[in-house]
Design a protein around this ligand. Sequence first.
Ligand code: SF4
Length: 218
Amino acid sequence: MTSWVREAVKTLIEYYQVKWWGDDYTSFEILVATVLSQNTTDVNARRAFDRLKKEIGEVTPQRLLSTEESKLVEALRVAGLARVKAKRLQQISKEVLERFGGDFDSIFSGDVDSVRQKLLSLPGVGPKTADVLLAFVKQASVIPIDTHIFTIAERWGIAPQRRSYEDVKKSLESLIPEEIRAAAHVALVEHGKRLCKARNPLCEQCPISGICPYPSTH
Ligand code: SF4
């Protein structure tokens, strides 16, 4: 019943051809950028990241921790919740320094489950952030689920309303081959922003409207 999903995802990967934003970032910078992107747009998160980099030079746990909180707040203002995010970044930095000697890359050694647990044990790191790091730093075959992907999965009939993060992730992972899961994440996020929008999906412009069950039922 859901065998069309694989085809749909491949079509979307081909259609959007999006490069993932974090290719030029260190693993710690990916973590920082993901924290900054919480509750704001990508554009504002990127702006805040650039300002932060300008303010502190290198985005490392050492620099974040040795910078006055007020300066961080100022740099992060554009991303919203600046005080909360500044504090969170300093808490994460402290943990990375104390528990991992400041070497964030060392967290990624070990099997996927143990790395996920280590990531989740950091302050402010939830399942989505952990999975973004697993997919793009450790190259693990997981699909991070964000709000756009939740909506799409619901419209595709593979994630009825109010299912948990883990349920949606498992459903999608069971339908999408390992080797394209990271690319699927990137394409689905883009699809949610451009066509399969939360309020008004633009089904008439969608390259998979012929196989998606949603248009014929709404
Ligand atoms: S046809 Fe509509 S609901 Fe289905 S994926 Fe495309 S935009 Fe979303």
